[in-house]
Design a protein around this ligand. Structure first.
Ligand SMILES: O=C(O)CCC(=O)C(=O)O
Ligand SMILES: [Fe+2]
Length: 206
């Protein structure tokens, strides 16, 4: 399968203490992003998942799909996710991302934020099956949305905010998940949907 684009630009490095963050503003050209966005929006089997907090079951404020190798199971907030088999378009995006960041991934959590009210609350991607220092590669399509990070222990550090645009790739590595939480905020603006793909590598027997 072809790669979309051969990028050789080094990433922007966001210097935060106890974190490793690399950001490429555009790993796939805008015209290709628009095609990918329309295709994924209309063809993926988006599902509404629920989480149970303090005994109450609530719909999560976005749609999502867990996709990956057959043995890449994943659990969070009481949700046991069995992977959907790889879709060829997602596989070609995965290949491009593996090329850009020099790592292999065996699974991806795909989120669909339908409008400005859909969001992703403060969390770290620190589940045991992701290993000690997870490398999470987050690729965005569609609306530009605001991403925030806050240190878990150092209250002297102000939260760090930046925008994730269509075609951008953010890689969180090293001790980022150990020391920081991140979230995707709501917005009152009228925005089109946004698709975000977080490629991960899960390990068995953790
Ligand atoms: O939508 C985003 O940019 C963040 C997604 C995220 O944090 C996650 O899926 O764990
Ligand atoms: Fe996350």
């Amino acid at each position: 399968m072809n790669t979309f684009y051969s990028i050789s630009t080094p990433p922007e490095i966001h210097n935060l203490p106890d974190a490793q963050l690399f950001f490429w503003p555009e790993i796939i050209p805008e015209a290709t992003c628009q095609q990918l966005y329309s295709e994924l929006l209309s063809t993926l089997p988006w599902q509404q998942d629920h989480i149970t907090i303090y005994g109450k079951t609530l719909p999560i404020p976005r749609l999502q799909i867990w996709m990956g190798d057959a043995d890449a199971n994943y659990q969070y907030s009481g949700l046991e996710l069995s992977p959907h088999p790889w879709n060829p378009t997602i596989q070609s995006i995965k290949q491009q991302i593996e090329y850009v960041c020099g790592r292999n991934f065996n699974s991806v959590l795909i989120n669909l934020y339908r409008n400005g009210q859909d969001s992703n609350g403060w969390h770290s991607d620190d589940e045991p099956e992701l290993g000690e220092s997870p490398v999470i590669a987050s690729f965005s399509l569609g609306a530009t949305r605001r991403f925030r990070l806050r240190h878990k222990y150092r209250k002297d550090l102000t939260p760090y905010t930046f925008d994730l645009m269509s075609g951008s790739l953010l890689v969180m590595a090293g001790s980022t998940q150990k020391y920081w939480q991140h979230c995707l905020t709501k917005t009152a603006k009228l925005v089109k949907p946004r698709i975000n793909l977080t490629f991960r590598k899960t390990f068995k027997g953790c």
